[in-house]
Design a protein around this ligand. Structure first.
Ligand code: AMP
Length: 111
C-alpha cells in the first residue's frame, strides 16, 4: 500500500484541499512553489503507463478538478501540471499523481 492510499483512507494526515468520489487533492509535504498541490485518483493506478481505456473519463475529470483548484488558489497568471512517470522521471510514489505548481515564475525546460 502506498503512502497516498493511506492518505485516501485517512490513515495518515494530509492538508486536503478537495475531495470527491473519484479523486483527492492535498498540499505537497515538500512544496516546490507557493502553491504545490497533488491531485490523485482514489483508484489505485501506479503511473501514467498503467492507465487503461477505462480510465479515460477519470483523467479528464482530474484535469477539470485541477482547473478548479488553480482558480481557487488564484493562479490566474499561470500554473504548471506535472506528472512524473517512472524511475528516470523521478517518480517516488507509485500512485498516479498530478503536481499543480504555481505562485512563482516557473522555469522551462524543467530539470
Ligand atoms: P513524485 O516524485 O512525482 O513521485 O512526487 C511525489 C510527491 O509526493 C513529492 O513531491 C513528495 O514531496 C510528496 N509527498 C510524499 N509524501 C507525502 C505526504 N505524506 N504528504 C504530502 N505529500 C507527500
Amino acid at each position: 500500500m502506498t503512502i497516498f492510499k493511506k492518505i485516501i483512507d485517512r490513515e495518515i494526515p494530509a492538508d486536503i484541499v478537495f475531495e470527491d468520489d473519484q479523486c483527492l487533492a492535498f498540499r505537497d509535504i515538500s512544496p516546490q512553489a507557493p502553491t504545490h498541490i497533488l491531485v490523485i485518483p482514489k483508484k489505485e493506478i501506479s503511473a501514467v503507463d498503467a492507465l487503461s481505456e477505462e480510465d479515460e473519463a477519470l483523467v479528464g475529470h482530474i484535469f477539470l478538478v485541477i482547473r478548479k483548484i488553480a482558480k481557487d488558489e488564484g493562479l490566474s497568471n499561470g500554473f504548471r501540471v506535472v506528472t512524473n512517470n517512472g524511475l528516470l522521471a523521478g517518480q517516488t510514489v507509485p500512485h498516479l499523481h498530478f503536481h499543480l505548481l504555481g505562485g512563482r515564475p516557473l522555469n522551462w525546460p524543467p530539470g
